[in-house]
Design a protein. Structure first.
Lengths: 202, 202
DNA sequence: CCCGATTTCTGACAGATGTCACGGCGAATC
DNA sequence: GATTCGCCGTGACATCTGTCAGAAATCGGG
């Protein structure tokens, strides 16, 4: 019984190389391969893969959102997130989105095939180094409001804009941003934003 | 006559997948594969590859520096830089470091093998989309001093620290940073730094 | 219902940041 | 030689940003 795979990664060269690598395994077959997050569900419906390997950085729809849609619409397809080590903060959200595996691109060569087989066996698979790092990062210490403000800060450059968008006084916004920078151990809101984002606190 | 290849990329899974992909070509043979920039030269001396494929993001020594060392010490080995689309600003510096090819990971699947063969035939190979983008980004509009200050700003967080390091008045540093933000079309020095870095202006 | 604790929100203040107008210097041009 | 132009360096000014102490609102337990 061969395992049918769907592959999603926006870097075509990488996607193709991974496809070749996986197709070499006698019990694997890559049945679909897409370069955009918003093509994942359609491809899954058309080709009925057993496992979907999704990158996080993709145009259209990111891998986490794609995972959520996919698990809702094609529940028999198991989702494995495959991404860069820097994006490890998304582990928790990936699990909430219904993923059952999380493999980093720094992992040893055979980790991917191994993860696929174990996922098919019903296990959840997470790189142990990664799990430890996530555990160390811990729960988000940010309050709901601090998170809101940080998210708004991502698209709005100035405090006044954020205040206007959230219907807050400027002082309030500055206060939340200050709290966020303290809790992230950074020195300004730009760094706080980056750190919080990396740790999956947004 | 088979073409001997050296592969350098810090993401082991990706490196292995690319290795498998290239080894499938009948006229290619991957003779060395390393995960750090500072291992490139030693591996090249030991295995005498015809072409070295180098990623830019690597620990130890980045791909550009590795390319410079490699072309100096093993001049018969041709260097092809293989990297992410976001790092395209490094094209000029890659060429200055002695690279004869520049392939992005977004390229079509056969672009890499094609690039290797053309490089072996004595051609220089650059993705046309990429060349156009680089041309559009153009020469750096930054003055020498503005570049210095931006580079110092990368490691020092505050204006006072930069001023102390470069023996300038704080006002002067602020002035250069202001110039840099204007020329990059950004709103603060953080963004200016990021943009200038992406475009290879540093 | 009341009390304390937590969260939300605000204005005030000091310090950092970005912009401006200015003078000095060297190279290219007329 | 005089002029023009671009780059380097500086201080002054208005604005933005981060931190603080504390008021109002919310919530859960006694």
């Amino acid at each position: 019984m061969t395992i049918r795979l769907l592959l999603a990664d926006d870097q075509e060269l990488i996607r193709h190389a991974l496809g070749v690598l996986l197709d070499l395994e006698p019990d694997f077959e890559v049945v679909a391969s897409v370069g955009r997050g918003d093509e994942v569900t359609a491809a899954a419906l058309a080709h009925r893969p057993d496992v979907a390997l999704l990158d996080i950085d993709m145009p259209g729809l990111d891998g986490l959102a794609a995972a959520a849609v996919l698990t809702a619409q094609v529940p028999e397809c198991r989702v494995v997130i495959l991404t860069t080590f820097g994006r490890t903060g998304y582990l928790r959200r990936a699990m909430e989105a219904g993923a059952v595996g999380f493999v980093v691109k720094d992992a040893p060569a055979d980790a991917l095939a191994d993860a696929v087989r174990r996922v098919m066996a019903g296990e959840r698979v997470v790189d142990p180094t990664l799990a430890a790092a996530t555990l160390a990062a811990g729960e988000s210490p940010l309050t709901a409001r601090e998170r809101d403000v940080l998210i708004a800060a991502r698209s709005s450059a100035t405090v006044a804009e954020i205040a206007a968008r959230l219907y807050l006084a400027e002082g309030t916004v500055r206060n939340y941003l200050s709290g966020a920078t303290t809790k992230t151990g950074t020195r300004n809101r730009m760094e706080a934003l980056r750190v919080a984002d990396e740790r999956g606190w947004l």
